[in-house]
Ligand binder design. Structure first.
Ligand code: AMP
Length: 194
């Protein structure tokens, strides 16, 4: 299964993505995690993106698209993946479409974890206390949510038009949301087998 998770920061999509990855034996491909790993390792990519992540801005598309193209070509991703944090804007969504056309693959479902802004902000501030992520300060949180609305939200309509969008209400508990995710994925694998 080729899956994509979409939604504002704080919607729990990373948590859901990890759970799906474990239960359905798919690699969890998170651009945010890949950038943070590069920063921790002090690679040239890490040095370049560190101030961008700290400010809550988006890493340039050319770097991000190249990273994802390489990652999805790795052996463990050939039978499927859970893509998390990419695409973040329409240009990236179009680059992903083009990438898939070239290799004759397509997305099976786009899980959209929707959440009102006030709850997203509250959850991110709470996470900031627990994890001390440098981009979870109140100013950067506000900037990341603004970018989400400006640049990432338009891709929801892009995927709705493909008929692959699965809208989910992410304000409920992790377990409640995950039950719905499983129902959607089981329906999908059922219809693929039929
Ligand atoms: P995340 O963990 O998905 O919230 O990502 C953390 C940060 O990594 C974001 O605030 C961006 O600075 C950067 N980032 C992650 N994914 C992308 C992407 N697809 N395009 C551009 N920047 C990204």
């Amino acid at each position: 299964m080729n899956l994509l998770v979409l939604g504002p920061q704080g919607a729990g999509k990373g948590t859901q993505a990890k759970r799906i990855a474990a239960d359905y034996a798919l690699p969890h491909v998170s651009t945010g995690d890949m950038f943070r790993a590069a920063i921790a390792a002090g690679t040239p990519l890490g040095k370049r993106v560190e101030p961008i992540l700290a400010a809550g801005e988006l890493v340039p598309d050319d770097l991000t698209v190249a990273l994802i193209e390489e990652r999805l070509a790795e052996t463990d991703a050939l039978d499927g993946f859970v893509l998390d944090g990419f695409p973040r804007n329409l240009a990236q969504a179009e680059a992903l479409d083009a990438m898939f056309r070239k290799i004759h693959r397509s997305l099976d479902a786009v899980l959209f974890f929707d959440l009102p802004d006030d709850i997203a902000t509250e959850r991110m501030l709470k996470r900031a206390e627990q994890e001390s992520r440098p981009d979870d300060t109140p100013d950067v949180i506000a900037r990341r949510l603004a970018i989400y609305h400006e640049q990432t939200e338009p891709i929801v309509e892009h995927y709705r038009a493909t008929g692959k969008l699965v809208p989910l209400h992410a304000e409920r508990t992790v377990d409640e949301v995950y039950t719905e995710v499983q129902d959607a994925l089981d329906a999908l694998s059922g219809s693929a087998a039929a």
